[in-house]
Design a protein around this ligand. Sequence first.
Ligand SMILES: C[S@@+](CC[C@H](N)C(=O)[O-])C[C@H]1O[C@@H](n2cnc3c(N)ncnc32)[C@H](O)[C@@H]1O
Length: 443
Amino acid sequence: MPIAPARAAAFDILLRVDQQGSYASELLHSGRLESLSQGDCALTTELVMGVLRWRSRLDEAIAAASSRPLAKLDPEVLTALRLAAYQLQHLTRVPAHAAINDSVELMKRAHKRSAAPFGNAVLRKIAAAKITPPPEPTDWTAALVAREFAHPQWLVERWVAEYGVERARLICRHDLQIPDVAIRVEDPAAEKELNAEGVKLDRGALLASARIVTGGDITRARAFQEGRVFILDEASQLVAALVGTGSRLLDCCAAPGGKTAALAARNPAAEIVAAELHPHRAELLRQRVRAANVQVIQADALELPTSGGFDRVLVDVPCSGTGTLARNPEIKWGLKPEDLSDLHQRQAALLRAALGQLAPGGRALYSTCSLEREENEAVIEEVLRGSSEFALRDCREELERLRSTGELVWSDRDSLLSGKFLRTIPGVQPCDGFFAAMVERRG
Ligand SMILES: C[S@@+](CC[C@H](N)C(=O)[O-])C[C@H]1O[C@@H](n2cnc3c(N)ncnc32)[C@H](O)[C@@H]1O
């Protein structure tokens, strides 16, 4: 029997994520799945994301059934085992024999024929094991949260220290779920068009312009393909809204361009420069953002060829992405504590450079989709320390303004704030975890 196409595709993607550090969501949307049916594409996504979300729990089951330590297994063998273990433990409609046979065949296809009898035995043991979920603990600790919700303990320990154990639990629980697909719709005609094409939409929870896709395939809709509608998490939309309005805007780290498009829609008469370091991402940005008032440049934001004098600057820096683990679950397995100080250095340099582009009286919005203090508060503290030229403004003022204009519909504004900063927490609000700080150059 040939291997089911979805399992073969999921295996290939999982191996690439593991061995080359690729992003699963990018591989799933890179055209690799074009030859698959819609049903197989959906199953491939389910398998890839499921394995990555639950990896440590799957490894626990494999280790309990295996005579060899996991660290000694070839990556191809371990990946095939995880793929089947996920189906056996989480997908009730997949027959056990199909999941097991295909994983064993995948080992053979990857030239690991000698591991096939071992793989078969391990998977049969997992299939036979009765799963009786233990009662939920009442006294959660970082270790219990990490185990129950399949996260690395060091990361959960940090969140417990920063946000408390209950919020850490909510974050981890959220990270295991399939996240909402949110879109930004400015034009009511586009919404009608989407409905006519079978895309079902609900209102967003945070913003009046946000919709949640509840049915249909948004990526096949004309308005999406023509760049009139963008997939953009609600927290990301809120960050773009906080940038506000001006006549000259700079978006320093702009690709793939969801926020650039939102800035352009909000500032149709402004001159907007969108910079991106990587040539292929700058090209993607050009293709996605077609607003006539946006000039895309491929440039390093640390050395921009612009003359400064911008009255609004968005610095949406590269970050660990720990606020987006429901969308990018591989991040939790690849990130190391020491990565955070490297990211901090890069982010502080990017913020310093961005502040240098501001006109007197102008405002920069620094943002990340990270939950980690080093990438957020600590960057702002370091860059603004001892500065008389730049001052931190309170995000509350801008949130009040968005509320008064009806753009912000989330009623509990306090829950979106941490001191003067914007702070969304996945699982607490129904969105990704974003941080934003507003810095003004004194006039
Ligand atoms: C968090 S993403 C930006 C997401 C984007 N603002 C959006 O909403 O779609 C950060 C981007 O910054 C780019 N980048 C990284 N270092 C950069 C630099 N020194 N100059 C310009 N862009 C950079 C990355 O390639 C990446 O595309």
